[in-house]
Design a protein around this ligand. Structure first.
Ligand SMILES: [Zn+2]
Ligand SMILES: [Zn+2]
Ligand SMILES: [Zn+2]
Length: 199
């Protein structure tokens, strides 16, 4: 009988001991400040952050500390620089997953430098001012400078009056010449007629 009791007791103790080993996490640990030790590093991937894993030497608690953000391993495969009129771009391909990323840069636009007047305006003809692009000297544009007559009415009005007067004078002169010629012709004809009748 004693033997049986002893056996049961032994079995119970064993079970308790086994239970304790299996459920080590529940073991009582006195309050403490964790004493973390770095145990491993997990590299970042295209979609997941990289991290270091620490484990407490006292209680075994695990802690992850992010070291790198998730990111593609991008390699530049082609590119074109932006210029005055065209946008630039850089094409990257991830060496791990092959995903393509295109980064565009807007066109820069011209940067005009005023080269000054290249053709002076006259009274009647427009002049021009030249602008050359600082980024590319083959980019040239011209701005028209209006003629004096179109830009200044104080010049224009008297000029128009003078021009009109000249035109009128010319017309009058032409008309007078025509009249004189006709008269002269008529006079000649009359003389000829007279001569004819006399004969
Ligand atoms: Zn701990
Ligand atoms: Zn990737
Ligand atoms: Zn330009």
């Amino acid at each position: 009988m004693k033997k049986i009791v002893r056996f049961i007791l032994a079995a119970a103790l064993l079970t308790a001991a086994a239970g304790q080993t299996v459920r080590a996490e529940d073991a009582y640990v006195p309050p403490h400040e964790h004493d973390f030790a770095l145990v491993s590093h997990t590299d970042y991937t295209c979609t997941e952050d990289g991290y270091d894993t620490y484990v407490c030497r006292t209680c075994g608690e695990e802690e992850r500390r992010v070291t790198d953000e998730a990111s593609h391993r991008n390699e530049l495969v082609s590119g074109a620089a932006a210029d005055c009129e065209h946008e630039g771009n850089e094409v990257f391909v991830c060496s791990v997953c092959g995903e393509e990323t295109v980064i565009t840069e807007p066109a820069l636009g011209h940067e005009w430098k005023d080269n000054g007047v290249v053709k002076e305006p006259t009274l009647f003809t427009d002049g021009s001012r030249e602008f050359v692009c600082k980024r590319d000297p083959t980019h040239v544009r011209y701005e028209s400078i209006p003629s004096e007559i179109s830009s200044d009415s104080s010049v224009a009005i008297p000029l128009i009056l003078i021009a009109s007067a000249i035109v009128l004078a010319l017309l009058a002169a032409t008309a007078k010449i025509l009249v004189d010629k006709r008269r002269e012709k008529k006079g000649k004809e009359e003389t000829e007629e007279k001569e004819d009748t006399e004969e």
